[in-house]
Structures are given as C-alpha cells and as structure tokens.
Design a binder for this molecule. Sequence first.
Ligand SMILES: Cc1cc2nc3c(=O)[nH]c(=O)nc-3n(C[C@H](O)[C@H](O)[C@H](O)COP(=O)(O)OP(=O)(O)OC[C@H]3O[C@@H](n4cnc5c(N)ncnc54)[C@H](O)[C@@H]3O)c2cc1C
Length: 389
Amino acid sequence: MGGGLAGAGLAGLGLVTCSSPLEPEETPGALTPPSRALQIVVVGAGVSGLVAAFELSRAGHDVTVLEARERVGGRVLTLRSPFAPGHFAEAGAARIPPEHDLTLGYARHFGLQLDRFYPEDGLFLRVRSGERATVPPSSFLSDWPDFVKIRGGTDRLPAAFANGLDRSVITAAPVTEIAAGAGNTARTTTSDGRNYLSDRVLVTVPVPLLSTIRFSPPLSAAKTEAMNGGFHYQSATRVFVRFRSRFWETDDLNGWGTTDWPEELWHPTWDAPGPEGVLLTYVRGKRADELDALDEEARVARVLAHWEEFLPGAAGHVATGTSHSWQRDPWSRAAWAEPTPTQDSELGSPLARPEGPVHFAGEHISGARGWMNGALESGLRAAREMHES
Ligand SMILES: Cc1cc2nc3c(=O)[nH]c(=O)nc-3n(C[C@H](O)[C@H](O)[C@H](O)COP(=O)(O)OP(=O)(O)OC[C@H]3O[C@@H](n4cnc5c(N)ncnc54)[C@H](O)[C@@H]3O)c2cc1C
C-alpha cells in the first residue's frame, strides 16, 4: 500500500541496521497448548492464512492449508524475472513501516534480515504539472519515514511461514464449496472434487472472491452484500522496466520519486550490484484501470512514453518490461479493501464474524487494511478464536 504513516525511526524502534544479524525471538502470536486438538482447514496461503496455520499447528492443532494458486504468499509476490540475475522487484507488499510490530516481529522470529527501503543518497524526482524538480534525500525522506524491506524479497516471509508448518501447503487447490455439517464440523471441497473434513475452517480469501465459494448454509446477508460489490476495494498496478544501464545516475538521480500522474517511481535495484537497473511505476485507482485496459507490451510502452517527460531518452536504454495488475489477477480481483466509512461501519464487523464452524480473516478485516501487518493481525485474531472455541 502507500506510505504516509508516522515513523519512529529505525534506531528508536530498536531495529537492527542492515549489517547486524537479527536476534531470533518468540513469535508475536504464540498460543498456549490447546485442551483439545482440532482439525482445521485454512483456505488461502496469504500471510493471514499462513500465520494462523503456523500458530495453530505450533499449538498442537492439525492444520491443512488449501491454496488456489501454485504458490504461497497471495498478495506478496516477488518478481525475479525478466530481470538480470540477482535482481528482483515487488509486485505487492514491499515496504514495512517501523511501527508494524507483527510484520517485524515475525521477520525477526524467522531470522530475516531487514534493509532500508529507500536510498539515503542521490536525488529524488518530484514532477508536478510537467515541472521536474529534484529533491535531496533529507527533504524527500522527511515525508517518507524509515521504512524497511526484507532482504532478498518480501516472499521470504510467506515462505518462512510455509516451511514452518507441520504439513506442506496444498497448492493449485481452489476451494469451491464449504458445507457446515452436524456437530459444528465442516466439509471443504476443492475443484478436483476432494473433500476435507474438519472441526473448523478459516476462510482468508479477499471479499470479492467469497462469491466463488458455495457456502452451505449461505453466508449472512452482510457478507453476501459485501462480496457482491458492497465493500469497496482499491485498484493497483505496477509496471516494471528493465534497463541495460542506470542512465538516470548521470544526472545524480537515484531512480525514485513521485509525479502527479499520479504515480510513485521506485528503483528496487538501487542496492543491487550490476550495471542494469529496474524502475517501476506504482499507480492506483483510475490510472491503474487505464493501464489494465492495455496489453502487456502497450502498458510498458505507455509508461515509457510518460517517463520520457522527465527521464528523457529512457526508451533507448530498455531491455524489457513486465507488469502486474491485481485487478486482473483471478485470485485477488483487486489490490486491497478500502471501504467507505458507511461500508466499514455496517459491514466491517460482520465480515469478521464466524458462521458456525467457519471463521474469517484477511487484511480486509483488520485495523491496517492494505498492509501485511493487518493481514497478520486478522489471522492471529481468527487463530485465537478457533483455539479458544
Ligand atoms: C500493490 C500492493 C502493494 C502493497 N504494498 C504493501 C507494502 O508495501 N507493505 C505491506 O505491509 N503490505 C502491502 N500490501 C498489502 C499486503 O500485500 C496484503 O495486505 C497482504 O498480503 C494480504 O494478505 P491476506 O492473507 O489477507 O490476503 P491474500 O494475500 O490475498 O491471501 C489470500 C489467499 O487466498 C487464495 N485464494 C483465493 N481464493 C481461493 C480459493 N477459492 N481457494 C483457495 N485459495 C484461495 C489466494 O490465492 C491468496 O493466496 C500491498 C498490497 C498490494 C496489492
């Protein structure tokens, strides 16, 4: 998601710097051993489902995770292609604000290293009404507090959760039906017709995808209204361009900035070796929808034509490009929940409410929508609910 959160500074939070190893520590969401071990099915291997599965299985429950995609992570997606060897860029979650104690706590628990998200040298671009200004780091970063990133890619976090489970996540297993049975039990069915019987089911799919699952009995009126478009989601698309050289450095630019397209310009390879570099545009809302209407090649061409206004000659250095639209991704259908205040007050709490043996989690039912921290918070809340039930 975006920035704009007040930061307390890396040192103030006791975060280690880039070169210090992190101390392994207990997880922020550990559960006590249960009085009775439950069979639990978790639908979705994004960070909300994974943290719940991780803590529930560590506490002694028998957990099976069913994931529609062929990978874990959901809206955490690190792209390593079509970039130079060792280069990568994030299509989804990328930066971690200093106050996101759950994200940082789990990163520490798994021994993941954190690096600064933004460079501290070079000039940032600020483009307004066609006027290009350059801004020194001290000024630009005062608007963007001390964010960090996971060294090697954000996908190391979901991978660490998945590796920490007793059982492998079952991927390429879209859930098509969830039926509550007698005695507060449930049957979950995947598209290949397999059935999974359990005491509890945790559903973590984004709200627009609830309608792809047949619930028996049907979901409450509030959840039905939300899944049928009554709970607003934001659009976000990123277009990535691989350049043969970091031509912008000849102007002392570091490859980062903001424009009134509006967009955020990121240089995710700023701290990676090699002559090549990747720049990306991060656009939301209508601008994302406009790019989505184009095919891949045309998206890259459109972004390059726009960048020509403030990075003249950029097109001459291009190796290749790619993009990711979360709206066009069949297992997300949107970027993150951004309900109106009315939708939030009327549907926010009902979306979190269990229905018989079926529980619900996901960034959309948290105090930090659009962030991994929110997804973790909701997964832990649902895990406690099931654990204490
Ligand atoms: C463009 C973008 C930028 C972001 N930037 C940041 C950032 O910088 N920092 C940050 O902390 N957060 C960021 N976020 C937010 C963060 O990525 C999400 O909040 C978080 O990953 C959501 O996790 P989740 O488990 O709630 O949902 P998801 O990750 O969507 O997980 C749900 C899972 O359910 C699966 N699924 C769907 N339907 C089915 C089905 N029928 N059967 C089985 N499985 C199914 C999906 O494939 C998916 O894996 C960003 C998100 C986006 C899109």
